[in-house]
Design a protein around this ligand. Structure first.
Ligand SMILES: NC(=O)c1ccc[n+]([C@@H]2O[C@H](COP(=O)([O-])OP(=O)(O)OC[C@H]3O[C@@H](n4cnc5c(N)ncnc54)[C@H](O)[C@@H]3O)[C@@H](O)[C@H]2O)c1
Length: 551
């Protein structure tokens, strides 16, 4: 194949062409050309208006002209095509040109329907239950006839699909992907792309010194700074950088532990912010683990009906789970996180230097969530963990200068999985549920053991249970179950539970607040791919529980 000038993404609506295109564009630093946007620019009307007013035949002519313009451009680009582009013979010819790499993003009917229901439930295509399957059957041979390669998207998060496209383009597309933008020495900046509020996550040793500049760039004059007192002393860089940037810092010390996530603490904080006469363009900064960032985010969400906030993570769990994604909350007597809001941060800073002082148990608990991200979406995470050997000394590892780069990579990959999923499904309408892998039994065990198990410890057992369950149902093979036990066990996490704890946890699983009508389980369908199963029967659950009980 000659040198490729453009990558054209084709596939049904809902296959992920726009999002994958955007990620590839960021990876390679290339423009992403959307055919619909060219049609809109040339006609001065929306695609829907052209379609409705002039009919499909005229729209297809405009689309063919747009494809011609996009593929004729001299500079490299990613071209994201409309789902029906392949129905026009001239477009099929253009897509078959030897210097165009046409990638067909495939997806099964169920996947497409779920994604469309989530992103655009009003679509006429969804009104007739047969329409989507008819179109799907008609267009499949057409996609096949133009595609140089096909990449499956079912059950895969977008970064994994994008990397697969990049892998398949290697050698024919004259650029090597750069998966992360690299600014500071050793640090990585990832983008969380959201429709209304995208933001950067900076990860690496020493990144806290950049918080002040970021806060000033957001236009704040005053900053409500929430942290535990001991963390403020351990990591003075955030406060110092805020002051250096000329900002007025309002110190708001937060009590240790879950009790900080309460309405009484929240009220005190809001009161102090009001007394300091903070305004809507001022800022909240929370530095700590998930407790502090959950509380800081919720305070920002409700103060003056919403002010910007920055999350500065000092725990692994906080970094890879709590800080990114915009879920903020306090607890009620009736349960954890029952009062909250989706309120995205404006920036996230994860200073891996802070992990050096983390208690080992806290580290293990956070790494369970990292492994979860590897299992559901990015197996390269698992390669890094497996590379540490059968019983790594975590404290030594995080203090080893030689390991720093790999550690940053690990955290960055894990954050990227969360960012990808959140960018598709900000409000947990569909794929965000995959992040609950291992959490159905995990939450129940956490409650059943009343403080004996840390969150990540309970989730580790929950993941082994979920793997056994998927295996019982024939969805994955035993090697993958063994991989769960090997990786989690190597990190010093328990991979089985006491039968008595499981007896208490069993009924609690049904009460998990994330369940709707049927009991839902997130299960793997292979390494790096997960799905939500709603048809799990009691006998399968019982069989998996037996396999996870401590012998
Ligand atoms: N918003 C979300 O999406 C989300 C996701 C997961 C968890 N959470 C929430 O996160 C909370 C748990 O977070 P966590 O595990 O980070 O616990 P945490 O915030 O309570 O931190 C654990 C302990 O470690 C200490 N600590 C923090 N950083 C340290 C450091 N660098 N060195 C030494 N000690 C340090 C803290 O002071 C605390 O005592 C829960 O409330 C949970 O509900 C939220």
């Amino acid at each position: 194949m000659p040198r490729v000038r453009h990558i054209a993404l084709v596939g049904m609506a809902g296959a992920g062409k726009t999002t994958i295109g955007r990620i590839l564009g960021e990876m390679w630093g290339l423009p992403v050309v959307d055919l619909d946007e060219i049609v809109e620019r040339c006609t001065g009307r929306s695609v829907v208006a052209v379609f409705d007013d002039e009919g499909e035949a005229v729209f297809r002519r405009h689309e063919a002209a747009a494809l011609h313009e996009a593929l004729d451009a001299r500079s490299l680009s990613i071209v994201s095509c409309g789902g029906g582009v392949v129905t026009t013979p001239v477009c099929r010819e253009l897509l078959r040109a030897p210097d165009i790499l046409t990638v067909w993003l495939t997806a099964g009917l169920h996947t497409l329907r779920d994604r469309l229901l989530c992103s655009s439930p009003e679509r006429p295509l969804l009104r007739d239950p047969e329409a989507l399957s008819r179109l799907w059957a008609e267009r499949r041979p057409l996609y096949e006839s133009v595609a140089d390669t096909a990449v499956a998207t079912d059950g895969r998060v977008v970064s994994v699909v994008a990397r697969e496209v990049a892998r398949q383009s290697r050698g024919v597309f004259p650029l090597s992907p750069v998966p992360f933008r690299k600014d500071r020495k050793q640090s990585r900046i990832l983008r969380v792309p959201l429709p209304e509020h995208s933001y950067d996550v900076e990860i690496g040793p020493g990144v806290f010194s950049g918080v002040g500049a970021a806060a000033a760039a957001l236009g704040a004059e005053k900053v409500a700074f929430l942290t535990h007192s001991h963390l403020g002393e351990k990591f003075p860089e955030v406060r110092a950088s805020l002051r250096e940037a000329g900002l007025e810092v309002i110190e708001l010390p937060v009590p240790e532990g879950e009790k900080a996530k309460s309405f009484s603490v929240l009220e005190e904080i809001l009161q102090k912010m009001a007394l300091a006469e903070m305004r809507r363009d001022d800022l909240v900064v929370g530095m700590g683990g998930g407790v502090v960032t959950d509380l800081a985010g919720f305070a920002a969400a409700v103060f003056l009906r919403g002010v910007p906030w920055i999350a500065c993570s000092t725990t692994i769990l906080g970094a890879v789970d709590a800080a990114v994604g915009g879920k903020t909350a306090v607890n009620l007597a009736a349960g954890k996180n029952l009062a909250g809001a989706f309120w995205q941060p404006s920036r996230v800073f994860i200073d891996t230097f802070a992990f050096k002082t983390l208690p080992e148990r806290q580290m293990r608990s956070g790494l369970a969530e990292v492994v979860k991200h590897g299992l559901i979406a990015d197996p390269e995470i698992l390669d890094i963990v497996e590379g540490w050997g059968p019983s790594p000394d975590l404290a030594a590892l995080v203090n080893d200068a030689g390991e720093e780069k790999r550690f940053v990579e690990l955290v960055a990959r894990s954050v990227m999985v969360k960012a990808d999923i959140v960018s598709i499904d900000e409000r947990e309408g569909s794929v965000r549920a995959l992040l609950n892998y291992g959490h159905t039994l995990g939450h129940a065990l956490e409650t059943a053991c009343a403080g004996r198990l840390a969150h990540g410890e309970a989730v580790a057992i929950g993941m082994v249970f979920a793997a056994e369950l998927a295996c019982v149902r024939g969805g994955i093979d035993r090697d993958l179950v063994d991989l769960h036990r090997r990786l989690l066990g190597a990190l010093g996490l328990a991979v089985s539970a006491l039968p008595a704890d499981l007896v208490v946890a069993r009924p609690l699983m049904r009460r998990d607040k994330k369940h709707r009508k049927n009991q839902r389980f997130v299960l793997l369908s292979g390494l790096g791919t997960a799905l939500v199963a709603e048809d799990v029967c009691e006998s399968e659950i019982e069989a998996a529980l037996v396999l996870v009980a401590q012998s």
